[in-house]
Design a binder for this molecule. Structure first.
Ligand SMILES: [Ca+2]
Ligand SMILES: [Ca+2]
Length: 480
């Protein structure tokens, strides 16, 4: 099922506003939270909790805060245009806006727009839903027109300064569906030294075996000029498409860029030259064999990365899922894979989590010193022992209703989880992870929140929010 059709099928009931203790009833779910910080509306309570909100852009992705500015990729003008915007951290006013064409698609499908940007120095790099890689000047045109690209489409004080851009479809003939693809996630590039490394999104028509192995899936570009440094056309076959972001890591003393690919294999490249160093398959061989015995078609044999695995030290935590649509093989395990062993050519699974009621995840795993927190595709939030993968605690039935984009994230000493009904839940850490409260927003909360001093920035499919951190959430530990 596409994200978009998930969205259509939702019944938004929302949180009941009834003072102190609050019940949320959505899709049969009930959760009791000790306090709700109401943020929607114009009343005194919302004014107390909200520094500002901007309806300039709607976003599925996480914002980035840099030197007092908030950068958000999404869609604008009732989803008619993809855009990257820069908002002032103090009041949310628009500093600049870069507009990009969307695939010609029904407006409802046009949700993903532009990716989460990656900020490096005075530049941001991001990708569009149409398969473009864009470099933009954080200061906009206010400090002049920078870079080889001088053909700015927007002029005036809020025009964006595009430094360079590359169209993967035009340049490499990658395959991208059009109207259906419009609702898919968009990968974010990673910057390593002078190179921007990006996943092109190359895929194949849904439900077919028709994959062209020639176009590259991973491209490294000089961050100053936009010139191609190297490309890789690994993998040679994909399950569907590729939208998990690359990850910079150090494994066995060597810097690598990890590419979570469309065949469920994690590829490690030397970042300067693009030499493939090693790879490790996240598909369990026994699972693939079992699916083959069950007469699975070729597109159901192997899962692919819906999101990048979480790399902590030399362990990668993550799981795979199959092609969107009815999935006969729902029990995709969550794995902790030893990357140091992988670099030595050995596939060592440190632990594998499965359960009769665990159907896999499409989200990133949040990991701290003790626990790995995973939000599964039925809306259950579980705390697993980071060393063994044993389940130590869970919260049943968060009002997710098939949420497939929101990842849990640890900020300071708290775990944040956004849901489809406009709630942002906050939990304490540990195996019992008690619910501490909930922000009541509007729109789906799909990107993870970002904290900057006493402000929490959150994007939803309705607005960008700058929230005042309640005193009970201010902690004394630095952010992780
Ligand atoms: Ca400029
Ligand atoms: Ca320019």
């Amino acid at each position: 099922m596409k994200y978009t059709s998930v969205l259509i099928g939702l019944l938004f009931v929302g949180l009941g506003r009834s003072g102190g203790w609050t019940e949320s009833r959505l899709c049969g779910a009930e959760i009791v939270v000790p306090v709700t910080w109401w943020c929607a509306g114009d009343d005194e309570e919302a004014k107390r909790n909200v520094r500002w909100r901007s309806e300039k852009i709607r976003s599925f992705f996480t914002p980035v805060v840099d030197r007092g500015r908030v950068f958000v990729g999404g869609v604008v003008r009732d989803r008619e245009q993809a855009a990257m915007v820069s908002l002032a951290g103090e009041d949310g006013r628009l500093l600049w806006e870069a507009d990009h064409l969307l695939f010609a698609a029904p407006a409802l499908y046009a949700q993903s727009g532009c990716s989460k940007p990656t900020v490096d120095g005075d530049r941001a790099f991001y990708q569009t839903q149409r398969g473009e890689l864009i470099a933009v000047d954080l200061d906009g045109l206010a400090d002049g027109n920078d870079g080889p690209n001088r053909d700015e489409e927007a002029v005036g004080p809020t025009g964006a300064d595009i430094v360079w851009k590359m169209d993967f479809g035009e340049r490499f003939k990658i395959f991208m569906e059009d109207d259906v693809t419009a609702g898919d996630p968009v990968a974010s590039p990673v910057v390593i030294d002078d190179l921007v490394i990006a996943v092109t999104g190359h895929g194949k028509p849904r439900g077919t075996a028709d994959y062209d192995p020639k176009p590259p899936s991973l491209v490294a570009v000089d961050k100053r000029t936009g010139q191609v440094a190297w490309t890789s056309n690994a993998p040679t076959h994909v399950t569907y498409r590729q939208w998990a972001s690359p990850v910079a890591a150090t494994v066995a003393g060597r810097r690598v860029v990890l590419f979570p690919a469309g065949d469920g294999v994690l590829y490690a490249f030397e970042p300067r030259q693009g030499t493939l160093l090693w790879k490790v398959d996240f598909n369990e061989p026994s699972d693939v064999a079992e699916r083959r015995r069950s007469d699975a078609d070729e597109n159901s044999l192997r899962g692919f990365f819906w999101t990048a695995p979480t790399v902590i030290g030399e362990t990668a935590y993550g799981g795979l899922r199959c092609e969107p649509g009815p999935d006969r093989f729902k029990q995709w395990p969550l794995l902790a894979i030893d990357l140091k062993e992988a670099a030595a050519g050995r596939r060592v699974v440190r632990w594998k989590f499965t359960a009769d009621d665990y159907y896999g995840t499409m989200c990133a795993v949040a990991v701290d010193g003790e626990m790995a927190y995973v939000l599964d595709s039925t809306g259950w939030l579980r705390a697993l022992d980071r060393q063994t993968g044993r389940e130590l605690g869970r919260v049943d039935e968060l009002p997710i209703c098939g949420a497939d984009l929101t990842s849990p994230i640890i900020i300071g000493r708290h775990l944040y989880v956004g849901t489809d009904d406009g709630s942002l839940f906050v939990f304490g850490l540990g195996s019992d992870f008690p619910c501490l409260g909930c922000f009541g927003l509007e729109g789906r909360v799909c990107g993870t929140p970002v904290r900057d001093e006493g402000t929490l920035y959150v994007t939803t499919t309705r607005a960008v929010w700058a929230l005042r951190l309640p005193p009970e959430l201010k902690d004394d530990k630095p952010d992780k």
